[in-house]
Design a protein around this ligand. Sequence first.
Ligand SMILES: Cc1ncc(COP(=O)(O)O)c(C=O)c1O
Length: 384
Amino acid sequence: MAAELRPNRLTQALETRRRAGLPVIDLTESNPTRAALEYPRDLLAPLANVGGLLYAPQPFGLIEARRAAAAEYGRRGIPVDAARIVLTTSTSEAYSLLFKLLASPGDEVIVPRPSYPLFEPLTALDGLVARPYDLEYHGMWSIDFASVERSIGPRTRALLVVSPNNPTGSFISHDELERLAAICAPLGVALIADEVFADYELEAGAAASAACPLARRDVLVFGLGGVSKSIGLPQVKLGWIAVAGPERIVSEALERLELVCDTYLSVSTPVQLAAAELLDRGGAIRRQIAARIAVNHGGLQALSAAAPSCHVLRASGGWYAVVQVPTLRSEEELVLDLLTRDGVLVHPGYFYDFPRESYLIVSLLTPEGPFATGVGRMLERAGH
Ligand SMILES: Cc1ncc(COP(=O)(O)O)c(C=O)c1O
């Protein structure tokens, strides 16, 4: 399919350029460990805890690590009982465990669009079908409920919410969550709320004024989080699922989820023993990331003010920014031009399933200097 080949052309052009030894300003960097942040050299020392020599497997994880994950919600003002925390190695694994819990091959999961490109392969790998609902932009992002109603059907088992969403930067509002819960609860459809970027706001107060899926008591909710974003340690492989909703339904879900988790027992003991200390120490990384994205977001807005044909869409949180640019050529031609002529790598909107052209997506995690240079070139190229 053409859509699947398109990212390859960009990847090929990137490889050719790198092989030729030509410089690349990478405005797609979303790996914090490659983003020139200052990681203390002994940050991972807690992983050497001698207790890690003993293996005492627990399907949901060691209670001290589950408490540490619950405390992360506490830090954000959301009370979560450690008994309702399930440890995973990553958010991707959490999705897969939940898909196994909630659905059978051929069943459907409703996913936001535009959003994280991994939802398609993640659902497919569990034999499920991803059906989209749209996020629309009218000066701010909101859910198109007509598209939710269109996509939901008798085989729908879960609806995904990403708050703040990648790459739109939109948090779910109270009204939206209320409406989604009212649609899903009577149908027995679970809400999966991916909050991996919840610590990062681009507008002051955005996180606090967003709706809190884990506070629901009327619908089964699975909240997802993890250290890959919250403390910039994707290689440490620790994530979690927090479960909320009606008591009886939550208890049943936990009982069945325990069997799924007991089959894999995938989270390593050393990381579980280290969890509390890592989460504590990692605050220093989180603060660096928060400062980085704030500077870059401000810089992007200032630079785009001088490029009237380009428009930075409003983003309230997360690590990304979306820039709407004139459609003087296809997005694909534009991103290839930007790479081959300007040495700047950005993602095209179609990568995230934007319904129309032209949008460019940049990672605010990019170090400040290259970010400003790259964005300057991008705005210049896109506007002409
Ligand atoms: C919305 C969203 N969820 C999950 C992840 C990945 O998290 P993990 O590394 O825990 O699998 C990402 C990574 O970019 C993401 O954008």
